[in-house]
Design a protein around this ligand. Structure first.
Ligand code: ATP
Ligand code: MG
Length: 705
């Protein structure tokens, strides 16, 4: 008998086109779009009209038509969205769908750069910096030029990074961006440009790419080498893009390059939902599409399939105040249903109380927790709610806001992995060095200079002579790095365990640093356990680092093996931005207070205010059957910065909009008759007061009694 492993092949899942009647699943306009032949196609339509659904059917139709699935590229806003859409397409068109390339622009750029970058002078083993690292490197570049030292008005590293990124993504000259966004720095333009030049050359010396480079290099390959451009473009015969209203100029350039020869491009979007202009997205992309792609077939959709009529009436009314809107008012045949609730609550606690009580009530009526979402303007606005949900044992997931990988201790461990992966990664070196006892900013920079002089030779660190206070730390770190490099060699333990093993080794040093730094290190240590589990699922350190830099998971559950999204029934708490494209049976929009939603800083700029309005529209249009908006009357101004104190209802709920809502007030526990505190018998002895009085004058101490 032989030991040969027998491989049982999957059977191709054939779904016969003739058994499917697309016209039963799509309306005539959707059907026309899904079965459109070749050439540019634009679907511009409001929320919930089936844009995403049409795109799914179009992918299925193309496969049916005989287009090779691996020659179809589906670009979406998150990796999760692409996976969901392709999952649905697979149910229609069969298993061939799994060969379709789906993902974000950044993810696709990354893949193409790994494949073609070496023909364009890119180092083969580049690493990707996340946003935070890019900001830090900008800081390093700024410091190395010594600009802004005397002149305190020079932009900070965050501002520099924003400026740089906006410039790359929009193609606008730096002076124009400064003029609009930060005119006080106009005088510094020359020095700013020098910092950018330094930033770029530091990235190159250290073989680092930032997020923007993933798009920029992709565009440049398409634009500067006809030979490379035709090779890259030839990979795909059809390109489809969801949420096109949130793409920027650079992404539009990329699409041009990708579709230069065949023009088989389908984009869908809604200008009334454009919410990323702060990242350089421009509504012009969608409005000018027919100009950029002559011969465009345009499809508009006006029937909404998501929400009940009373919800649509409200959302139509909210967005009707938006000037220059292209998409029209929506209608639905989903009549019936209750009017959206406008719930006035006393304060944050009452808001939390209401939301949780109502969630439980709806859940008891049979609505799964996963069909309920609570949306808010910014990540921190759900803090009180999160605490209450934990207390009451209600499972929830949080989207947007602080992410697992942004936690300092997780980033610390990743920095160790990064310096092993790329010894020139200055940003990670800085982070690692600053962790060590006795090493401050000056010392860290001195060490990095020594290493740079030795061309980042992995052993360079050992050649640095440590001052006495840093000697132990230096020794420990040198030993740790030597061990890690040993693990990475070919004769090391089984390669599939390398990253996890490396994390174990790092933690032998790092856990103690963590224990010294925090009084309660346990939850942080648990995060690191989780990181190890996640890392062990990756084939190599480089694959792990690239993935997490590129697509930061929203939560720990996100990365855990066999992502448990489907079987976990959990309420979703999400920022309005992260809720884009999704839908739930029940949606709460909390903090409908002026200064919170819209955010205070947006109220001064008409364009920003319009973007906030569209964001409110996005939030409200997520609801299928129940929508409740809550408005706390008393807001603690400390949370919001000192200068804003009027607690008025969100201006987006104007008079006409409110008329379409059901007013609700919460029965306040204060209405319940409570015993008069004065009537409660005073205890004969007040022990607490006595204890306090012991160390204070003016309060009775124990000796006075
Ligand atoms: P958004 O602007 O929020 O991204 P969208 O236009 O992409 O919305 P979809 O998410 O595709 O809209 O569709 C909204 C809901 O309506 C989904 O549940 C979808 O399955 C349903 N739907 C769309 N078209 C039809 C149809 N013709 N028949 C039945 N249901 C439909
Ligand atoms: Mg959609």
């Amino acid at each position: 008998m032989s030991d040969d492993l027998r491989i049982y092949p999957h059977r191709e899942r054939e779904v016969s086109a003739t058994t499917r009647d697309l016209s039963a699943e799509l309306n005539p306009e959707q059907l026309a779009a899904a079965t459109h032949g070749d050439g540019p196609l634009l679907i511009i339509a409001g929320a919930g009209t089936g844009k995403t659904r049409t795109l799914v059917y179009r992918v299925a139709h193309l496969i049916d038509r005989g287009v090779a699935p691996e020659h179809i590229l589906l670009l979406t806003f998150t990796r999760r969205a692409a996976a969901e859409m392709l999952g649905r397409a697979e149910r229609i068109a069969g298993s061939a769908t799994s060969k379709v390339h789906g993902g974000t622009f950044h993810g696709t750029g990354h893949r193409l750069l790994r494949q073609f970058g070496k023909h364009a002078g890119l180092a083969e083993q580049f690493s990707i910096m996340d946003q935070g690292d890019a900001v830090d490197l900008m800081g390093i570049a700024r410091a190395s030029l010594g600009v802004g030292k005397k002149d305190k008005r020079f932009p900070k590293k965050e501002t520099l990074h924003w400026l740089y990124s906006t410039h790359v993504n929009t193609g606008k000259p730096i002076e124009d961006i400064l003029h609009e966004g930060a005119p006080r720095f106009l005088d510094n333009t020359q020095d700013i440009v020098r910092v950018f030049a330094e930033y770029v050359s530091r990235k190159q010396e250290r073989t680092l790419l930032d997020y923007d480079d993933l798009l920029l290099c992709w565009a440049l390959m398409l634009e500067h080498s006809p030979d490379l451009a035709s090779k890259i473009a030839a990979k795909y015969d059809h390109v489809l893009v969801d949420e096109y209203q949130d793409t920027n100029e650079l992404q539009s350039r990329i699409l041009h390059g990708m579709c230069r020869s065949h023009k088989n491009i389908t984009v869908v979007g809604d200008d009334a939902q454009s919410i990323y202009s702060f990242r350089g997205a421009t509504q012009r992309n969608i409005l000018d599409f027919p100009k950029h792609f002559p011969g465009t077939t345009m499809v508009t959709l006006e029937q909404n399939y998501r929400s009940t009529q009373p919800i649509l009436d409200l959302t139509n009314s909210v967005i009707s105040r938006s000037p220059d809107r292209y998409t029209k008012n929506l209608w639905t045949d989903r009549s019936g249903g209750e009017r959206p609730w406008l719930v006035t609550v006393k304060d944050e606690h009452e808001q939390t109380r209401f939301v949780v009580d109502r969630i439980l009530e709806l859940h008891e009526e049979g609505i799964p927790l996963g069909e309920i979402a609570v949306l808010f303007r910014a990540g921190y606005m759900s803090a009180d709610l999160e605490i209450e949900l934990v207390k009451r044992n209600i499972p929830f997931e949080k989207w947007g806001g602080l992410k697992f990988l942004e936690a300092a201790h997780v980033k610390d461990v990743i920095a160790f992995l990064r310096v092993i992966d790329n010894p020139r990664d200055e940003v990670s070196w800085y982070r690692v060095l600053m962790l060590m006892p006795g090493v401050g900013d000056t010392t860290a920079r001195a060490i990095m200079n020594t290493m740079a002089e030795r061309s980042w030779d992995p052993d360079a660190l050992t050649h640095w002579t440590a001052p006495p206070r840093a000697r132990d730390a230096h020794k420990a770190l040198s030993q740790l790095l030597r061990r890690l490099r040993g693990l990475a060699r070919a004769d090391a333990p089984a390669p599939e365990h390398n990253v996890a093993t490396e994390i174990d080794v790092i933690r032998q040093l790092y856990d103690n640093l963590l224990r010294d730094k925090y009084d309660r290190p346990e939850p942080r240590l648990a995060d690191l356990d989780q990181l190890r589990v996640i890392a062990s699922g990756f084939p190599s350190r480089n694959a792990f680092l690239s993935t997490i830099a590129l697509e930061p998971p929203q939560s720990t559950q996100d990365l855990a093996e066999g992502s448990s999204d489907e079987d976990d029934d959990a309420v979703v708490l999400s920022t309005a931005h992260s809720a884009k494209g999704k839908e739930w049976d029940v949606t709460f929009v909390i903090w409908a207070v002026d200064g919170w939603f819209p955010m205070a800083r947006a109220t001064e700029d008409p364009d920003e205010l319009e973007e906030e309005r569209r964001l409110m529209y996005v939030a409200m249009t997520r609801a299928r059957n129940h929508l409740a908006v809550t408005y706390p009357i008393n807001v603690y101004s400390t949370r919001r910065g000192a200068d804003y104190s009027i607690d008025q209802m969100s201006r987006f709920l104007h008079h006409d909009a409110r008329a379409l809502m059901q007013r609700v007030v919460v029965e306040s526990p204060d209405d319940v008759v409570r015993p008069d505190p004065a009537a409660v018998d005073k205890p004969p002895v007040d022990l607490m007061a006595l204890l306090r009085g012991r160390f204070r004058s003016g309060e009775p101490g124990e000796s006075t009694t």
